[in-house]
Design a protein around this ligand. Structure first.
Ligand code: ZN
Length: 429
């Protein structure tokens, strides 16, 4: 198939000059279109003509979720209201929703690069895509669906949850691709196995959005369903919505659409670039977004940059899987821990399944304790739980430098969820 939705340039130099033109346009556009940005840029001593190289990005002020809330309900608006075609909102776990506006070009751009996700996942127009994500004011449903239609595959707007309906559609419509959270993917995979339906479905691929999926979880789902491949899709409402990046079939990292936004990975405390390969906060600057452009927007999502090019040959750069949010980072016995680090370690232990829980307590002795509850893998369930617990504790100790008490439970003993599973319980307060 011809590559229809990939960027038109073939090398890094062209990409960088495209980014510089986009950055210059964005600063002009935001300065002249948004009183908020004009004030912010002026306060930082920036005139739009000052941007002459990509290094000038470092001089620009940051934008945060608080700025979005302050501008509620149409923050960062940089075009006349008549040019807005649609709004979407993020679910936001605290306080007001984040509402973001889109012009026609913003919607066209989003649909275009969402179609690129399906192309990068090697779908064809013969694929039937079961879209098991939220529809409504959220970005997910609209993004997955319009991207699928632009790409040319068949969209099945199943919506979230409802395992019975999902199973029925998988059988009746012979869906070949399913888009959902990784938790939902696991739930469906276990349900298909429990009901003995594996031979009645035609599912080949899954695309996971909105939460990170661990290697162990992916392996489990792949095995239960006999899938060819699985992909992580990234995105957030502030930055159009889902579909701003995807790992290709080589799975060497997540390609992100550097022709639509510039990604910096910064230390969340110093806001300076991290050392290559170190985890840091993703800070994004859009280079084509009209209604609500982002200038150095602090996403709070943590990842690492991947410097080497992908063996697939794409000019699009990569970052690692999302390690978690900086808000989710917890400090345990003076060690900073991101939830993603725990499941990275657990994924390397074949004797346990992909579900786990982490509990933090302060006991009568005044000290903090971490308890990990892990499920034994189905295949290893005859094994010695004490031995497995010792293995887990020693791997956590050597990788994250903290001591933990490990409790091994039977396969299937921990709760499953259709949405994001809650795995961290902090009872120390
Ligand atoms: Zn690749």
């Amino acid at each position: 198939m011809p590559k229809t939705f990939m960027p038109g340039f073939s090398n890094r130099e062209e990409l960088l000059s495209h980014q510089l033109r986009g950055l210059q346009w964005t600063i002009q556009h935001a300065y002249h279109g948004s009183p908020f940005y004009r004030e912010r840029l002026t306060a930082a001593g920036i005139q739009p003509d000052d941007i002459t190289s990509l290094d000038d990005l470092r001089k620009l002020p940051f934008t945060t979720a608080d700025d979005l809330r302050r501008g509620y309900p149409l923050p960062l608006l940089s075009v006349p209201e008549a040019e807005i075609l649609r709004i979407h909102a993020s679910s936001g776990t605290t306080g007001k929703k984040k509402v973001l506006a889109y012009t026609r070009k913003d919607l066209d751009d989003w649909v275009h690069f969402f179609a690129r996700c399906y192309e990068m996942a090697d779908l064809t127009p013969m694929d039937r895509v079961q879209i098991a994500v939220g529809y409504g004011v959220w970005t997910a449903g609209a993004g997955f669906q319009l991207g699928c239609e632009a790409f040319g595959a068949l969209a099945i707007p199943a919506g979230p949850g409802n395992v019975d309906l999902q199973c029925q559609l998988l059988i009746d419509l012979q869906s070949t691709v399913m888009c959902c959270t990784a938790s939902m993917g696991l739930l469906i995979a276990e349900e298909i196995a429990r009901r003995g339906l594996k031979d009645n479905i035609a599912l080949r691929k899954m695309i996971f959005g909105s939460e990170r999926s661990s290697d162990a979880m992916r392996a489990r789902i792949k095995d239960l369903l006999g899938l060819e491949d699985m992909f992580d899709i990234t995105g957030m409402t502030e930055l159009y919505g889902p579909g701003t990046g995807l790992d290709c079939s080589r799975h060497e990292g997540i390609h992100y659409w550097a022709d639509y936004y510039i990604l910096e990975i910064l230390n969340p405390e110093t806001l300076e670039p991290v050392q290559p390969g170190e985890p840091g906060e993703m800070v994004v600057t859009t280079i084509a977004k009209e209604a609500a452009p982002l200038i150095r927007y602090r996403t709070r999502d943590l990842t690492r940059a991947i410097a080497r090019p992908c063996s697939c040959g794409s000019v699009l750069p990569m970052h690692d899987r999302i390690l978690g949010r900086s808000d989710d980072m917890f400090i345990f016995r003076a060690v900073n821990i991101y939830p993603g680090q725990i499941d990275e370690v657990l994924s390397t232990i074949p004797e346990i399944s992909c579900e786990y829980q982490v509990r933090l307590d302060r006991r009568a002795d005044g000290k903090e304790y971490m308890t990990l509850k892990v499920e034994c893998d189905l295949a290893a369930d005859q094994g010695n739980y004490t031995e497995i617990a010792a293995t887990v504790a020693s791997k956590i100790k050597s990788s994250i430098m903290v001591s933990s008490e490990v409790e091994v439970v039977a396969y299937g003993a921990l709760p499953r969820s259709e949405r994001k599973s809650k795995r961290f319980f902090d009872n120390r307060a």
